[in-house]
Unconditional design. Structure first.
Length: 177
């Protein structure tokens, strides 16, 4: 694994250079190559309050991955999407919010943000996601979707519980009431 900050041209160039110097080739690039493994989130299925734009983008990535999988299958290309739950990453530190906020939501937004930060701080080891990606790469016929961490449990609960009960749990988890 090689670290890469896709927001930095310098980081991208450095990563590619280091990789090619070490291996001489590129077999898999997560999110853009011959075997495409996109990283979505459980938030695509269970949106986090005040993070709707993030959930929408991750849900769109799943739909895009599904369509792309059909489009490139006859070319011998594989497409999968990984849907991690909460992992101990810099997600909470890199969150962005609008400059023009609606004041009436301030207290609720703050409480929900604090709950999200706790989830990330107490999240799983991100190496589990990397290990899952490596297993996908090594799989002859990978599935479309892979859950990682506790996300499978949350997705199952959403399917099994009455919607009103599940919503109450989300509202309680993010201190919205």
């Amino acid at each position: 694994m090689v670290r890469l900050d896709v927001d930095s041209d310098e980081s991208v160039n450095s990563c590619v250079k280091a990789l090619l110097e070490k291996t001489g080739r590129l077999d898999v690039l997560v999110n853009n190559a011959g075997q495409i493994i996109n990283i979505s989130s459980i938030a695509a299925e269970i949106p986090i309050p005040f993070e709707g734009y993030y959930a929408a983008a991750k849900a769109a990535l799943i739909a895009y991955s599904q369509a792309l999988r059909h489009e490139v299958m006859s070319l011998g290309l594989k497409v999968s999407v990984v849907e991690p739950g909460f992992f101990h990453t810099k997600l909470a530190e890199t969150r962005r919010s609008s400059e023009n906020r609606i004041d009436v939501y301030d207290q609720m937004r703050t409480r929900a943000g604090e709950a999200l930060e706790r989830d990330v701080v107490n999240g799983g080891d991100p190496r589990l996601v990397a290990e899952k990606i490596m297993r996908i790469v090594e799989t002859k016929s990978p599935r479309l979707e892979y859950l990682v961490g506790k996300s499978g449990r949350y997705k199952a609960l959403k399917l099994l519980l009455p919607e009103s009960m599940f919503e109450k749990g989300v509202r309680r988890r993010y201190n919205l009431d």
